[in-house]
Design a protein around this ligand. Structure first.
Ligand SMILES: NC(=O)c1ccc[n+]([C@@H]2O[C@H](COP(=O)([O-])OP(=O)(O)OC[C@H]3O[C@@H](n4cnc5c(N)ncnc54)[C@H](OP(=O)(O)O)[C@@H]3O)[C@@H](O)[C@H]2O)c1
Length: 328
């Protein structure tokens, strides 16, 4: 009989303690397989989870039973890996320890926002920025994060600053102080009629590292809003440096010559070096040292899995620099 050598991904089982809600959770419920045509029903969802390790795979050395962790639940891969249940399976390299002072509810806001931002910022074929470190290694370059107060944006600002970049962002004026606290050097109102010239002026004389375009999804709004990407394309076209826009939503069909815009996908960092760079090498240390915080703030709307549907409805109405969380 032939013998086989394989590189198995190592996994842990956690008792879930808190989960956070993302637009995609209620969008899959509302639109079914329009978004992910390959999805088979019945389907168990949930990407953001924090909890306590209760079992480890034989190859796992980073975790032991009783550890407090946060991780990206890969609900699109298998039901066992979805967050909205009492126990879930996490992949070792997509999981981080959390400090004792950080509640499960606060920690649960991190994974999907962090992974989406990391995909756009660091993956090959995306912005390909220098990886984050504690402390950061300055690059002298500046990045545009459109939508800094979104869940993805709060993580993107902090990751990019930790990677050594200056971040200029957009948000509503009421969130300017918050995005600056997360590390943005300047914030601009995305609904201002002069937003494009204002941003072009802000990047004048700087070396542009590119842009990450993030918008919001609300029930009844256009799920495929390309506005943030189109705005970022205008800014990078007129600036000096990397004319690349990584898009958390869909890029427009027509992109001017000399500019590239590409959709980034959170879960894809599981399959390359970026997942490990963020969840293993960076996040645990940065959380411990307080150089990275769980953001946006958790808004706990219920306790128990029976509260998930109400939490979907709260997210669907729209949030501002907040993440809807259910305590389990
Ligand atoms: N590709 C992926 O793998 C992936 C994964 C996760 C999310 N996403 C996408 O990423 C986007 C953000 O998701 P999220 O969960 O981070 O959103 P979210 O936190 O629910 O977004 C709410 C925020 O959106 C901001 N906002 C509303 N309209 C905006 C605009 N035109 N430009 C910039 N900001 C605007 C609001 O800012 P103010 O309150 O300051 O006005 C608010 O803070 C969505 O399009 C989502 O589908 C993609």
């Amino acid at each position: 009989m032939p013998s086989n050598t394989a590189a198995w991904l190592t996994k842990i089982v956690i008792k879930t303690k808190a989960v956070a809600i993302n637009p995609v959770d209620w969008a899959i419920q509302a639109k079914g397989d329009v978004i992910f045509p390959w999805l088979a029903f019945p389907y168990l969802g949930g990407s953001d989870v924090a909890g306590e390790v209760c079992e480890t795979g034989s190859g796992v050395t980073r975790f032991k039973v009783g550890d407090r962790v946060v991780g990206l639940a890969l609900c699109l891969s298998s039901a066992a890996e979805a967050a909205f249940q009492e126990y879930t399976v996490l992949r070792d390299h997509m999981t981080s320890h959390i400090p004792n002072g950080l509640s499960y509810e606060s920690a649960s806001v991190i994974p999907l926002g962090l992974s989406t931002a990391a995909s756009g910022l660091f993956q090959k074929g995306m912005l390909e920025l220098q990886h984050p470190s504690v402390p950061p290694k300055p690059t002298g370059k500046s990045l545009l994060v459109w939508g800094g107060s979104t869940s993805v944006g709060c993580n993107a600002i902090q990751l990019a600053v930790a990677a050594g970049y200056e971040v200029i962002t957009t948000a509503s004026p009421k969130n300017f102080a918050y995005v600056k606290k997360l590390g943005a050097s300047q914030a601009f109102d995305y609904s201002s009629p002069t937003i494009i010239p204002d941003l072009i002026a802000a990047f004048k004389g700087k070396s542009l590292a590119g842009a990450l375009a993030i918008g919001a999804v609300k029930a009844g709004s256009n799920f495929l809003d390309k506005g943030p990407a189109i705005a970022c394309i205008e800014v990078v076209s007129a600036s000096d440096g990397n004319k690349f826009v990584a898009c958390a939503g869909h890029p427009p069909d027509d992109v001017p010559e000399g500019v590239s815009a590409k959709f980034c996908m959170s879960a894809s960092i599981t399959d390359d070096e970026v997942g490990k760079a963020v969840f293993v090498d960076f996040l645990p240390k940065a959380l411990e040292e307080g150089t990275f915080v769980a953001a946006p703030e958790a808004e706990v709307v219920g306790k128990g899995l029976e509260s998930i549907q109400g939490a979907f409805e709260a997210q669907m109405k729209g949030v501002s620099a907040k993440k809807i969380v259910v305590s389990l």
